[in-house]
Design a binder for this molecule. Sequence first.
Ligand SMILES: Cc1cc2nc3c(=O)[nH]c(=O)nc-3n(C[C@H](O)[C@H](O)[C@H](O)COP(=O)(O)O)c2cc1C
Length: 208
Amino acid sequence: MEIDPTTLEARSRHLLMTGLVVPRPIAWVSTVDADGAVNLAPYSFFALVSSAPPTVVVSVGNRAGREKDTLANVRATGELVVNVVSRELVEAMNASSVESAPDHDEYAFAGVTPAPSRVVRAPRVAEAHAHLEARVTRIVPVENDDGGVTNHVIFARVVHVQVDDALFTPPHRVDARGLDPVARLAGLGYAAMGDLFDLPRPEVPQAT
Ligand SMILES: Cc1cc2nc3c(=O)[nH]c(=O)nc-3n(C[C@H](O)[C@H](O)[C@H](O)COP(=O)(O)O)c2cc1C
């Protein structure tokens, strides 16, 4: 099948693209507003784009009427926490995606606990096994052909990392199986960790 994405209506284009860029890790993003009120929501338009400096991106789509709270909060405070979604937290993560008023407490609704972070004001999800505390470095709008903004890509530099001791072997090794992250597919689809394997990088054969 050859597809010109401009010929698709928006829903089909979304399902096609999110069905092909898979599996997507999920950033479960904690923020606070200017008054310190907490917010929590999942974002799977999420990627690591640099390790030096350690930088992640989260893309926030438009919501009719008002900006998503995550975007409004990072504009106000410049900070966020990415909580890793392990398999046992997937229901809570999903609950926190509810479209709700800014003052809605997604932690209580999802049944998880806010815990203090080390260097940013936004709290961590206490039940998560790893946390990336980050400061926003830029927010880049994504425009469509008529100049309308459809998404905002938040670039954030990771300034502090927490990994549960049981999942970490210093100086850098994380137990991916133990972390058990859940990933997003298209629509209502999710994926859990499957087979894990190593693949050595190739070398150019030496001439004999
Ligand atoms: C697994 C999952 C991934 C999601 N990924 C995104 C995303 O990448 N971008 C986006 O704008 N919304 C995404 N959403 C929807 C938001 O979580 C939802 O709009 C939420 O209410 C936003 O909350 P906020 O206003 O508190 O930021 C996702 C939802 C789920 C369940």
